[in-house]
Design a protein around this ligand. Structure first.
Ligand SMILES: Cc1ncc(COP(=O)(O)O)c(C=O)c1O
Length: 401
């Protein structure tokens, strides 16, 4: 690689001096955790997503785990997970003692379709309790369709919107509302890992409009404990002879976790959230440039979800016809890496991971396998410029021949 050219990773955060100042001000303050920055971040996030509550936590994985815990599903509940996602979407089902039903996905978009959900329900051979739709790459699942199917089969919906902060739901071409406003679901979960729309270092957040669910999330996030006097169960220990609450008292009512996000992380979250609109506008601009520059190669390289409006592009995945190019994906990735261009595969189908592979009938996942065979994420992040997009295009042109 030319020493003077910077490496283009497939994704990256953008942190500026204001972010640094916000974090430093927490470091100089009295509260590094459970202080005012956590409250401020949750309030700002709830406002931004137009939701009643936002509950911060330590990662997107913790957000999914808490969301499932809050639904109190019986052990061995069947829960549908799309077969293309990050491993966390599936793992949390096992962590709550549920049974994963992997659903196939659309071979062109990698997301759940009505037929793939109905097929998963049929293949489960027993009642299904919930579904975890993933808004892959920042593109919303057709939530009106999902709401209709969920209504028919009485499914709870937890949205995995770890890729979709700042985006909209849509039905066809119609933008209908902000992801996270829980128009169609009980809860929506987000990740704020550095490659996501905004960064907290590690961090996650859940939105919900339900008072009961919010209470449960707060409890499970904090060891299953409550300090709310109205909720105490052991009245004898909680109150003195005059009925006054004992000042030291707190109560553990569920088996919970320490999934809290520190004020240090929330300060970064607050500061980054202020910039989200400009972050997303830049990503949209870069996607437009990619589409323009890759157009001449459209028979070999197709941007994923070209046919729908992408309101908040998280990654820039393309589908590549490797057979026609005459190169394997590994060869192409190594070639691009040599040119200082990072790429990644999002994702290996979940049922192919050794932990899951023997438990599932692989004949059910034709769409996921086809998507996986062809997908590759090209660099997309705020600090990229048009010349970087041209650099990626030129490198691709060179290897295509
Ligand atoms: C779709 C999806 N779900 C869940 C997660 C987990 O988020 P985190 O890494 O913040 O735990 C990720 C992270 O990459 C993700 O992409």
């Amino acid at each position: 690689m030319d020493k003077h050219k910077k490496y283009l990773p497939y994704g990256k955060h953008h942190v500026d001096d204001l972010d640094v100042e916000e974090v430093v001000s927490v470091l100089r303050s009295d509260f590094l955790t459970t202080g005012s920055k956590t409250i401020e971040f949750e309030s700002d996030f709830a406002k931004y997503t137009d939701s009643k509550y936002a509950i911060s936590c330590s990662s997107g994985t913790a957000a999914l785990h808490l969301a499932l815990l809050s639904l109190d599903l019986p052990k061995n509940s069947n829960i549908i997970v799309p077969s293309i996602s990050f491993v966390a979407t599936a793992n949390v089902v096992e962590l709550v003692g549920g049974r994963i039903i992997f659903a196939d996905v659309d071979e062109k978009t990698g997301v759940l379709s009505e037929s793939s959900i109905l097929e998963a329900i049929k293949n489960s051979n027993s009642e299904v309790s919930a579904i975890l739709p993933v808004h892959l790459n920042g593109c919303s699942v057709d939530m009106e369709m999902l709401q209709h199917v969920s209504g028919q089969f009485n499914l709870k919906i937890i949205e995995d919107a770890c890729h979709a902060l700042g985006g909209n739901y849509y039905k066809g071409e119609t933008i209908v509302g902000t992801v996270g406003s829980n128009l169609y679901s009980d809860l929506t979960t987000f990740s704020l890992h550095p490659v996501k729309a905004i960064a907290m270092g590690e961090g996650g957040i859940i939105t919900t409009n339900s008072d009961a669910i919010q209470k449960k999330l707060l409890k499970f996030r904090n060891h299953g404990m409550t300090r709310n006097t109205d909720d105490f169960l052991n009245k004898k220990l909680a109150f003195d002879k005059d009925g006054e609450p004992n000042p030291w008292y707190y109560e553990m009512q569920e088996l919970g976790f320490n999934y809290r996000a520190s004020d240090i992380h929330c300060a970064l979250g607050c500061s980054q959230l202020k910039k989200i609109n400009k972050f997303i506008a830049k990503r949209i601009e870069l996607v437009k440039l990619y589409k323009k520059y890759l157009e001449p190669f459209s028979s070999l390289i197709t941007p994923v979800r070209n046919d729908f409006p992408i309101s908040a592009p998280h990654l820039f995945p393309v589908l590549i016809d490797f057979a026609s190019i005459g190169k394997t994906r590994a060869e192409l990735m190594k070639f691009l890496d040599g040119k200082g261009i990072g790429t990644q595969v999002h994702y290996i189908p979940l049922f192919l991971h050794p932990y899951y592979q023997d438990k599932y009938n692989h004949n059910h996942y034709r769409g996921a396998k086809k998507y996986y065979e062809r997908c590759l994420s090209l660099p997309l992040y705020y600090d990229m410029e048009e010349e970087d997009v041209i650099r990626v295009k030129t490198a691709l042109q060179e290897i295509i021949g």
